[in-house]
Write a protein that binds this ligand. Structure first.
Ligand code: GN1
Ligand code: MG
Length: 373
């Protein structure tokens, strides 16, 4: 959660540390994700308007923000090289970090606040429910990102949030939260606790493929919501992938699954009426089409075969994360009250709907591959 107590002095002090171009005009706060504090910063130099993003990184979530920035620096440089190789514009098609006056990719303020800045990317991050055309572009963007990083040496990346998409570890945390019942909330959550236990096999479905090496660790994005893709306002085509905070070693399939989890449901995030929570199979197909267009030559057979399953795993995992957080008194998804209980229910019902549609989803993946042959 963003730091509600941030003062104007703190922001203005941080602003002075970065080597922005031109003369300062002003800034405003943007309410975007739930994690960092974000500011839209404006400078002008003659007729040129320079626009930047300044962020205070949430150090409750990111315990080692310097490692986040080192990952980001390495990855963005790698992607920039790929963009250049294919004749694209590396100032636009990948995030560009702005360094401090003493050439560091971040600034730590006197209170230990951790700041960073980057060039603002013009375009449109799609907020609402997408249509198939838009969603396919999301698949292309995250697929291309995976493709560009396919030869990235994953051992050079820090695991910035330990066990982030480690579903078995999330399950252990969940059972601990039930046992401790620190806030006396278990009684409000019995239905969801049972549901989480009933489907606990989902946490282990990747194990055989991890063991046989066909589900390799790769450099992954780990927060593949459609609104983390900047689209060109005119053409609707993807420009750049945003929000690289969670880039770390991970499984490619989770990047796919989290995009479907967050973008292809027929329901709002807190819908409680099960009959309204479904996977939209046309959106699913559109995303598969975009994603495989870019990745079919770099993914293993197991990675492709697990695409449908990964959507259920991601919905299960987030449902369980919300539930665990609710039981612990919302230390992570702060300030959401019993929202985390509602959100957990929505995710777990969505997971059940996808399980009921698993055969159809797997057939769609095969159909799309056939189309591409
Ligand atoms: C968090 O802040 P935002 O919306 O980018 C979370 C994701 C969840 C999402 C659920 C670092 O992302 O994993 O899917 O909320 N990010 C982190 O709304 O925990
Ligand atoms: Mg995010």
């Amino acid at each position: 959660m963003a730091t509600l107590s941030l003062t104007i002095e703190e922001v203005e002090n941080a602003l002075k540390q970065f080597a922005f171009e031109g003369e300062f005009i002003g800034y405003k706060r943007i309410i975007a994700g739930h994690i960092n504090d974000t500011f839209d910063v404006h400078f002008v130099e003659g007729d040129t308007h320079h626009r930047y993003i300044l962020q205070k990184v949430n150090t409750y979530v990111y315990k080692k923000p310097d490692e986040v920035m080192i990952n980001m620096d390495r990855l963005t440089r790698h992607v920039a090289k790929k963009v250049k190789e294919r004749g694209g514009d590396p100032e636009k098609e990948v995030l560009n970090l702005i360094h401090t006056h003493d050439d560091k990719p971040f600034y730590v303020d006197p209170n230990g606040g951790f700041w960073r800045a980057m060039r603002f990317i013009e375009g449109e991050a799609y907020g609402g429910t997408p249509n198939e055309k838009v969603f396919e572009q999301g698949g292309i963007a995250f697929g291309r990102f995976q493709h560009d990083l396919a030869d990235f040496p994953v051992s050079e990346l820090y695991e910035t949030i330990i066990d982030f998409h480690n579903t078995p570890a999330r399950y252990v945390a969940f059972e601990n939260a039930v046992k401790e019942d620190a806030c006396g909330r278990v009684k409000e959550a019995t239905e969801l606790i049972e549901l989480t236990r009933k489907y606990s096999y989902l946490k282990d479905v990747y194990n055989p493929y991890i063991k046989d090496g066909s589900l390799p660790l790769r450099a992954t994005h780990n927060d593949t919501k459609l609104n983390n893709v900047m689209l060109d306002k005119k053409t609707g085509k993807p420009i750049c992938v945003l929000d690289l905070d969670t880039c770390m070693p991970g499984y490619s399939v989770n990047d796919f699954g989290d995009a479907i989890r967050s973008g292809a449901s027929t329901a709002s995030k807190t819908e409680q009426d099960k009959s309204k929570i479904h996977i939209n199979l046309s959106l699913f197909k559109a995303y598969v089409r975009g994603f495989l267009k870019e990745t079919k030559d770099t993914l293993s057979d197991s990675e492709i075969n697990l695409l449908a399953t990964s959507c259920m795993v991601m919905a299960y995992e987030l449902g369980m994360r919300y539930l665990t957080d609710y039981l612990m008194g919302d230390p992570y998804f702060q300030g959401t009250g019993n929202n985390s209980l509602l959100k957990s229910r929505t995710q777990l019902y969505y997971m059940e709907d996808m399980l009921a549609n698993k055969d159809k989803m797997e057939q769609i993946v095969r159909d799309v591959l056939m189309e591409m042959k």
